[in-house]
Design a protein around this ligand. Structure first.
Ligand code: NAD
Length: 497
């Protein structure tokens, strides 16, 4: 335990979910976490609430010297942390999960303020983060006996890597963070974590919990304005980069880490297709597809980003999607009843609106299309029909609340069209015949294809992107193993050698 600086908010205090908004959170200081100490930054930068485009807090910004301090602290903490029995490390991760659970409302309110998602979805993300930490606290990798002849015993053991850097994006700042923190710590690594500059605050709040529970240096948290990532990826004392973000940045991370031959896990972008087979009720499935495309304002790596619908169902499906889009409540996520919040930042807002504008000439916008006339980055759910495969909205990852709907008449050419992308993250197939849908799913070149369900992601099930959607695996035993290195011990008795 580290008591050097106390957590300003008691883990057990009753929480009023509206308090964070009432108490002008601008005034609340946030700190970096370096070597067990909550510290101000070398400078600060504005954090914008995407629901009103106004600055609501200052984020401490680390400089290059602080990065060196954080890496050195993580390196110093590593031998002691790795030497603890795994049950002890898991117990501390479990304690972090419980402390987070005690502050769900506070974290959710802050997440809504910085990310924009409706409060109920933010609450789910924080509860999900507690679940993920607990799932990894329960995970173990037993040594494998590869041969045991009586004279020759060959075993494979897993040891931690050292310092792991976690670099995270802005769409799910908390759950994507703990997907890395959980396995890295339980496996015996220490960490330097760096959130995206537009959503840094929940990660810093999480740092307060880590500071109160974990030994100094085990978790360090730095914030930047996109400038420290390359230095982390190139740093000789960092053993692994666990990165979640865009494919373009993932390629840069891979290049920066090459010189030191770091272990790298990259969870990158996607352009997931959803396929309706001809035996479904178009109206019923439209409801599910709408949810899969518009949750978190479409800013999910495995959101449905293209819909392929058989000719016979096409009109009914489009009509129902348009109806749902017009009925959806688009509002500040802090307001009761909001279903779709703003796009998270101005850059993404501009990208999505440009894709919509471009698609007007290539298809028909049947719902949404025009940003709301109010402060903030609000784009209503937008449905585009009769658009061709070559349109940027179909080929690129839109990462926003707009869905192109495409027709098909023949399964073989459909599969070709679905796979004609550099991405290979997820996908969905809908059919009343699970075996038939599974057969189609097997032909889609993606790391995960869901049949008749949306985004069923679970910390005990491996998750990975194929092609340019990623490198390596997160979650499941395979993902856990990526925070370790395997060592083979090949032993014979002295008199048998
Ligand atoms: P991004 O790539 O712009 O940024 C991600 C992180 O990388 C940020 O913390 C950023 O500061 C940092 N970074 C920027 N330049 C860097 C560099 N040169 N070296 C190292 N780090 C650097 O991504 P984003 O816009 O924040 O997130 C959206 C993207 O993330 C989408 O493409 C989405 O599909 C993807 N994503 C993937 C998954 C997955 O599991 N596959 C999950 C969520 C999001």
């Amino acid at each position: 335990m580290n008591d050097a600086v106390t957590d300003p908010r008691s883990a057990t205090a009753a929480f009023d979910p509206t308090a964070l908004f009432k108490e002008t959170p601008m005034d609340r200081p946030y700190h970096l976490l370096i070597d067990g100490v909550l510290r101000p930054g070398a400078a600060t930068f504005d954090v914008i609430n995407p629901a009103n485009a106004g600055c609501f807090a200052q984020c401490p910004k680390a400089d290059a010297a602080m990065l060196e301090e954080a890496v050195a602290a993580a390196r110093r903490a590593f031998p002691g942390w790795a030497a603890r029995p795994i049950d002890e490390r898991a117990g501390l991760v479990e304690a972090v999960a419980s402390a987070l659970e005690a502050r769900v409302g506070e974290f959710a309110a802050l997440l809504t303020a910085e990310q924009g998602k409706p409060l109920d979805q933010a609450t789910k993300e924080i509860r999900g983060s507690v679940h993920v930490l607990r799932a990894f606290a329960a995970m173990r990798l037993a040594p494998r006996v590869l041969r045991d002849t009586g004279v020759n015993r060959v075993t494979e053991h897993r040891t931690p890597l050292g310092v792991v850097a976690a670099i995270t994006p802005w769409n799910f700042p908390m759950i994507l963070l703990v997907n890395k923190v959980g396995p890295a710590l339980v496996a015996g690594n220490t960490m330097v974590c760096k959130p995206a500059p537009t959503t840094p605050l929940t990660t810093l709040l999480f740092g307060e919990i880590c500071q109160a529970i974990l030994p100094p240096g085990v978790v360090n948290i730095l914030c930047d304005e996109h400038d420290l990532g390359p230095a982390l990826a190139a740093h000789p004392d960092i053993a692994k980069i666990s990165f979640t973000g865009s494919t373009a940045t993932g390629k840069k991370v891979l290049a920066s880490s090459a010189d030191t031959l770091k272990r790298v896990t990259l969870e990158l972008g996607g352009n997931d297709a959803t396929i309706l087979l001809d035996d479904v009720d178009a109206v019923q499935i439209a409801g599910k597809v709408f949810e899969g495309a518009m949750r978190n304002a479409g800013q999910i790596c495995v959101a449905i980003k293209r819909a392929y619908v058989p000719d016979a169902l096409y009109d009914a499906f489009c009509d129902e999607l348009a109806r749902l889009a017009r009925a959806a409540v688009v509002d500040d996520g802090a307001n009761q009843g909001a279903q779709i919040g703003p796009v998270q930042n101005k850059l993404q807002f501009d990208k999505v609106t440009a894709l919509i504008e471009d698609s007007r000439a290539r298809g028909t916008v049947i719902a949404g299309g025009t940003p709301l006339d109010r402060p903030g980055y609000f784009i209503p759910p937008t449905i585009v029909r009769d658009i061709d495969d070559a349109a940027p909205l179909v080929r690129e990852e839109q990462f926003g609340p707009v869905l192109p709907v495409l027709r098909y008449s023949d399964i073989d050419s459909l599969i070709e069209r679905v796979n004609a992308t550099a991405y290979g993250l997820g996908g969905t197939v809908w059919s009343s015949d699970v075996d038939r849908a599974t057969g189609i799913a097997r032909r889609v070149t993606s790391g995960t294809v869901w049949v008749n369900q949306l985004m069923a992601i679970d910390p005990t099930i491996p998750f990975r992107g194929l092609k340019q959607s990623g490198l390596g695996t997160e979650m499941g035993e395979e993902g856990f193993a990526e925070y370790t290195q395997a060592q083979v011990i090949n032993a014979v008795a002295l008199d048998a050698a």
